[in-house]
Structure formats: structure tokens, C-alpha cells
Design a protein around this ligand. Structure first.
Ligand SMILES: NC(=O)c1ccc[n+]([C@@H]2O[C@H](COP(=O)([O-])OP(=O)(O)OC[C@H]3O[C@@H](n4cnc5c(N)ncnc54)[C@H](O)[C@@H]3O)[C@@H](O)[C@H]2O)c1
Length: 341
């Protein structure tokens, strides 16, 4: 009989590691949390104490632990590949938080390391597990809107100065890799691509307008998709006090809109809107990064365990996560000119 449970170690005991991954993992029977590690020993010790698991003296000791099947990386974005590759070489399955990394080269190295060592790679893009998002995706696949004409993705969020000042890595080119798009907007951009498909051409304006940071706090992109639809992406951490992120979809047969991951408009020929609208407001990180919902992390981490135990590719794959990374990097590169693919 195959394995029924996976030993998992969480690397990075900051906000997402401590308050989302650890909490979610302990509710999923397919995981046994073996231990945690963080460069900040006090952060690791506090999480180990709260969740009654062990810590490791260093990362290598964690990788040497035969009880660890899966390494779950919740480190600053620019370290995902750097820590993920040795985990794969140690024969561990790898989970990394979004973005997969901040450069295509590092992301590809991580994908290759997992492939070459026969281990799985999953990137946390938990919105794929939001039932409302899945409903919209299915409706588009079923042709509910007919041919797609236009779309808007808007992440007009706000981060107070303390958010950047209190972090060694947020707002830095090296470890955050970008700002409002790479860190905050990526979920919405990833979904926009999921809904509309490949991009044919794009232009953008990328600015730092409010915060004293190395990366953008305001960016606007104009896109043309392969299917002919036109779209805009707005991403910001300078829109006070922060507004729930929105995606609007327009097609031949009507329009659908999502706000903070819930369906707020379903004006589609032949459909009764009240059958589709979501009653409950799910979490949005519009002004507080910790205000996102934990449920979708739980659903994705559970789906990852099920896939690994069944010997299948877990969601969301490295290749899929590369799409939003590439698009964001191209939006930065465009800044004032057109890129045609
Ligand atoms: N999926 C989501 O909705 C979501 C939400 C927030 C953050 N994230 C992602 O999670 C990751 C972590 O974000 P966070 O908000 O938890 O950050 P954080 O700053 O709260 O935590 C990062 C942790 O990494 C540790 N660390 C830093 N450098 C290290 C190193 N060289 N070696 C080992 N440990 C090191 C720090 O001590 C800290 O405990 C980022 O990639 C971010 O994009 C995802």
C-alpha cells in the first residue's frame, strides 16, 4: 500500500508561513507537520512552540531529515528558487508561495530541478480554488459570454509606510522583484490570464508615485489577447485607503464581474443574475495583507497532498505560474513602448 500521509516542513515563519500555511496544514489529515525553519531563529522557535513541532539548526539539517517528504517555502519571493532547488536535489517535493520566483531564470531552474529529481512542484496561487472563480472559468469555457471582447483587472490597494519600513525585503528589486504587480497584483493578473488566454501585445506605464521604494506602487497596462479581446491591468499600493480587487469580463453575450473573489455581476443573456451572485464578502488584502481568506490555501494545500500521494502533478504547476511572472516582467520591460509577441 502507498503512503497515506506526507511529512512536511515549513521554511519561513513570517506572516504567510505562520498564520496561513501552518494553520491550514494542521487541518489537512494528509499532512504531518514535521518541523519549521527560518533564518530568524526566534521566529522559528515561536512557531515551533505554538504548533508543537521541532526546529532545525539549519536548512541542510531540514533537508537531511528523512521524515520530510515536502518542503513548503514561505520565504521572500526572490529566495524561492534558491531554497527550492536544493530541496528538489534532496529528493523533496516542493511547494513555493507566489510568485514562483522573481526572475524567469530562477523559476525555470526550480522547475528543472524538480523535473530532474523526479519531485513535484506546486506554486501557491490559491485563487484557483475559490469556487466563484472556478464557476466563472467554467462559464467562459462553456461559452456563456460567447466571444470575449474586453476585460479589466484592477488591484487598487493601499499599503501604509510601515508595511515597507518594517520589512527587509518588501519593496526591494532583489527580493520582492517588483511591487504592486509582482507582490499584490499577481493573483488577479494570474486569473486574468486564466480567463483570457495568451497575450498578443502589450504596453504599460510603470511608476513609483507615493512610497520611497525601489519598485512600482502604480502600474497600468494595456493588452491585446490572442483571442482579439482588449484588456487593462491596474495595480497599485498607493490608492488610499485600498479597494477590493476587481475583474470585469465583457463578451458578446454579456458581462461578469468579480470583486474580492466574489461574483458581483452576472448580466448574461438568458441567465437570471440572482442565481449567480455571491452573498458573502470573502477576504481582500486591499489595505491589510493579513486579511485574505485562509480557505483557499487550505483547499490548494489539500489538493497538492492528494496529487502527490496519487503520483500526479499537483496544482498549480511551475509552468502555469511562469505565465503571470513573465507577463509582469514584460509589463515592467514595456514601460512606454509596445511589446508584440
Ligand atoms: N498567497 C498569498 O496570498 C500570499 C500572501 C502573502 C505573502 N505571500 C508570499 O509569501 C512569501 C513570504 O511573505 P510573508 O508576507 O510571509 O513575508 P514575511 O516577511 O512576513 O516572512 C518572511 C520570513 O522569511 C524569513 N527570511 C528572510 N530571509 C531569509 C533567508 N535568507 N533564509 C531564511 N529565512 C529568511 C524571515 O525571517 C521571515 O520570517 C512571499 O513570497 C510572498 O509573496 C503570499
Amino acid at each position: 500500500m502507498g503512503k497515506e500521509q506526507l511529512g512536511i516542513a515549513v521554511v519561513g515563519c513570517g506572516m504567510i508561513g505562520r498564520s496561513f500555511h501552518m494553520k491550514a496544514l494542521q487541518t489537512i489529515p494528509q499532512y504531518q507537520i514535521v518541523g519549521v525553519w527560518d533564518a530568524a531563529a526566534t521566529a522559528a522557535a515561536a512557531v515551533a512552540r505554538d504548533f508543537q513541532v521541532k526546529t532545525y539548526a539549519d536548512y541542510q539539517e531540514l533537508l537531511n531529515d528523512p521524515a520530510v517528504d515536502v518542503v513548503d517555502i514561505c520565504l521572500p519571493s526572490g529566495l524561492h528558487g534558491e531554497y527550492g532547488c536544493p530541496a528538489a536535489r534532496a529528493g523533496k517535493h516542493v511547494i513555493v508561495e507566489k510568485p514562483i520566483d522573481v526572475s524567469v531564470e530562477n523559476a525555470q531552474r526550480l522547475i528543472d530541478a524538480c523535473e530532474q529529481n523526479g519531485t513535484s512542484l506546486a506554486v501557491v496561487l490559491q485563487s484557483h480554488f475559490n469556487p466563484s472563480i472556478v464557476k466563472v472559468k467554467k462559464a467562459l469555457q462553456d461559452g456563456a459570454l460567447g466571444k470575449l471582447i474586453a476585460g479589466e483587472a484592477a488591484v487598487k490597494w493601499f499599503r501604509d509606510p510601515q508595511y515597507y519600513q518594517s520589512s527587509q525585503w518588501k519593496g526591494t528589486k532583489k527580493l520582492d522583484g517588483g511591487g504592486a504587480l509582482m507582490n499584490q497584483g499577481i493573483h488577479t493578473i494570474d486569473l486574468f490570464l486564466w480567463f483570457f488566454g495568451e497575450v498578443r501585445s502589450l504596453t504599460s506605464l510603470v511608476r513609483t508615485v507615493l512610497h520611497p521604494i525601489e519598485v512600482e506602487d502604480l502600474a497600468i497596462a494595456l493588452l491585446e489577447f490572442e483571442n482579439g479581446a482588449l484588456g487593462t491591468i491596474t495595480g497599485s499600493t498607493a490608492c488610499k485607503p485600498g479597494f477590493p480587487e476587481r475583474i470585469e469580463l465583457y463578451g458578446e453575450k454579456g458581462s461578469i464581474a468579480l470583486e474580492a473573489g466574489r461574483i458581483v455581476r452576472w448580466k448574461v443573456d438568458g441567465a437570471s443574475e440572482s442565481d449567480y451572485l455571491d452573498p458573502v464578502l470573502t477576504g481582500s488584502g486591499s489595505s491589510d495583507p493579513g486579511a485574505i481568506a485562509i480557505e483557499y490555501h487550505q483547499l490548494q494545500l489539500a489538493a497538492v497532498a492528494e496529487a502527490i500521494l496519487a503520483g500526479k502533478q499537483p496544482p498549480v504547476s511551475g509552468a502555469e505560474a511562469l505565465r503571470s511572472l513573465r507577463l509582469i516582467l514584460d509589463i515592467y520591460r514595456a514601460d512606454g513602448r509596445w511589446i508584440h509577441y
